[in-house]
Design a protein around this ligand. Structure first.
Ligand code: ADP
Ligand code: MG
Length: 543
């Protein structure tokens, strides 16, 4: 190493490290998941760059994660052939943290009252989990944007870290993180233990994770003893017969050696490319938690393939809880990860793939119809995007409907409490589309008590309150509209008769309505009956 320089962490990093070490102590094995996830991110980046510039892969073609342990030295090493870091990136990425992220992390940590290991992944502070198990951490990195190799080193509990330019050129590209384990964390310098952790936490990483480990492999050797015995017997036989003894064939036996090699630990075929029939609910849930740094199981998932002129596959999820950041509705989400032919492109496409009111839905989309160098601009204009978006919306709503009709209703309740707000923003219900198109304001009153209150109130100041889910919604209409309505009533009278007949006792009446703009029909309740909402409430209480 040359030119050693010492830097001081930003103050909040110090505090953060304390917090991580203290609150996650009982779950310290998550360090491996965090470092593997960083390696995977770095590999995603270099793969993306290599699409337009294949030269970045020269000298080391493989995109992989290598993990090894050294019992004697008490170390664990995680190496990736990702994009690596320049000196500046090293300083900013592993020495400072955007203070807002840190503050939010700390608040969330308090709210959760301690140990919630997936939080560190959510707030972009995962790297520091290395200090859960290490006295000293050393990083060597070679960026695709620089010829120099840089080293970074820090000791647990110190306020400083050192950066050096390295002369060792064994690392062609990427990052190697070496953990010098604490005495009481020596158990991690064991491939058997590491293998278990990789399977538990990182099975959905879409790059090969290779662990340097031993495997017992059979080998055939001559069994000298048995061969000698056999020869003895032959000699004896020959002597008795007065013949010349033959040389017997050697007897062999199987011995087992520990053979050390890099062994693949994960099935890196992306889960969305598998047949849904072969994927268990647990696997979908685990994929969700690993991919989105979530710690609760999702409330629902939907895995589907779209075929035809535009082909893509997707897995969508309704998370198990609302994000900590309560501004979420307003802020950008990074919840839909777009892949093109399995290459991760971006999760920063704003509302191009999902409308704002559904931005709580998380998922992956993989299309082979978009160009690999797709940009936000291309996405915005592309017909393919519109088709994908339409499908994603449809499937999201389908997922919610499934959830609503699920027995017990508990999950839907959880859902509504967490994300109901988003749906209210959409105003997408058929009941209100005309109102919205005419610029009326709509109050969403979905709490159990709302209906009773409003029915009794009737009026608010000068405003008449009307339940739009009931019959008798009367909107101002000009002469033209009235004439059009009458004409439509006549035109559709046969359809109305037909519906009346086929729905028979199940409905009170069928009418041509002026309340809709886009939807073909809406179910409403009669003026004096219970609203659908009230019926739902009564049904839950009738048990
Ligand atoms: P996050 O991954 O959420 O950004 P981390 O604390 O895990 O937060 O990592 C901080 C940053 O350090 C990353 O965003 C990345 O820029 C950089 N980094 C960490 N590990 C690697 C790696 N193996 N290769 C390249 N960059 C890395
Ligand atoms: Mg990370």
């Amino acid at each position: 190493p040359t030119q050693e320089e010492t830097f001081t962490y930003r103050a909040e990093v110090d505090r953060l490290m304390d917090m991580i070490v203290n609150s996650l102590y009982s779950n310290r094995e998550v360090f491996l998941r965090e470092l593997v996830s960083n390696a995977s991110d770095a590999l995603d980046k270099v793969r993306f760059v290599s699409v337009t510039n294949p030269d970045v892969l020269k000298g080391r073609e493989e995109l992989e994660i290598l993990i090894s342990a050294d019992k004697e030295k008490n170390t664990v090493t995680i190496e990736d052939s990702g994009n690596g870091m320049t000196r500046d990136q090293l300083l900013s990425n592993l020495g400072t943290i955007a203070s807002s992220g840190t503050r939010k992390f700390m608040e969330a940590m308090k709210e959760q009252k301690g140990a919630n290991d997936n939080l560190i992944g959510q707030f972009g502070v995962g790297f520091y989990s290395a200090f859960l198990v290490s006295d000293r951490v050393r990083v060597v990195t070679k960026s695709i944007d620089s010829d120099a190799t840089w080293g970074w080193e820090a000791t647990a509990g110190s306020h400083e870290f050192k950066v050096t330019q390295e002369t060792d050129s064994s690392l062609k590209r990427g990052t190697r993180v070496t953990l010098h384990l604490k005495e009481d964390a020596a158990e991690f310098a064991d491939p058997v233990k590491l293998s278990r952790l990789i399977k538990q936490y990182s099975q959905f990483i879409s790059f090969p994770i290779k662990l340097y480990s031993a495997k017992k492999e059979p080998r055939k050797v001559t069994d000298e003893e048995a061969t000698a015995k056999k020869q003895e017997a032959e000699d004896k036989r020959a002597q008795e017969k007065g013949e010349e003894p033959k040389k017997v064939e050697a007897v062999t036996k199987t011995v087992y050696d520990d053979v050390w090699d890099w062994r693949m630990e994960n099935d890196n075929k992306p889960i969305w490319t598998r047949n849904p029939k072969d994927v268990s609910d647990e696997a979908y849930n685990e994929f969700f938690k690993q991919t989105f740094s979530e710690f609760l199981d999702p409330l629902a998932h939907l895995h589907f393939n779209v075929e035809g002129t535009i082909e893509f596959s997707s897995i969508l999820y309704i998370p198990g809880m609302a994000p900590f950041d309560q501004q979420t509705y307003a802020s950008k989400s990074r919840n839909i990860k777009l892949y093109v032919k399995r290459v991760f492109i971006s999760d920063d496409f704003d509302e191009n793939l999902m409308p704002r009111y559904l931005n709580f839905i998380k998922g992956v989309v993989d299309s082979s119809d978009l160009p690999l160098n797709v940009s936000r601009e291309i996405l915005q204009e592309s017909r393919i995007t519109r088709v994908i978006r339409r499908q994603l919306v449809r499937r999201s709503l389908e997922m919610m409907e499934n959830l609503a009709s699920k027995e017990g209703g508990e999950d839907y309740k959880t859902f509504w409490e967490a994300f109901g707000r988003n749906l209210k923003m959409a105003k997408a219900a058929p009941f209100v589309e005309k109102l919205v198109s005419k610029g009326y304001e709509v109050l969403y009153l979905t709490d159990a008590i709302d209906e009773a209150t409003i029915t009794n109130m009737q009026k608010f100041g000068d405003f008449q309150l009307t339940d739009v889910s009931k019959e008798g919604l009367e909107l101002e209409a000009d002469e033209g509209e009235k004439a059009k309505e009458e004409a439509l009533s006549k035109e559709f009278s046969d359809v109305v008769d037909f519906l009346k007949k086929s729905l028979a006792e199940r409905v009170e009446k069928v009418t041509v309505s002026n309340r809709l703009t886009d939807s073909p029909c809406a179910l409403v309740t009669s003026k004096f009956g219970w609203s659908a909402n009230m019926e739902r409430i009564m049904r839950t209480q009738a048990i």
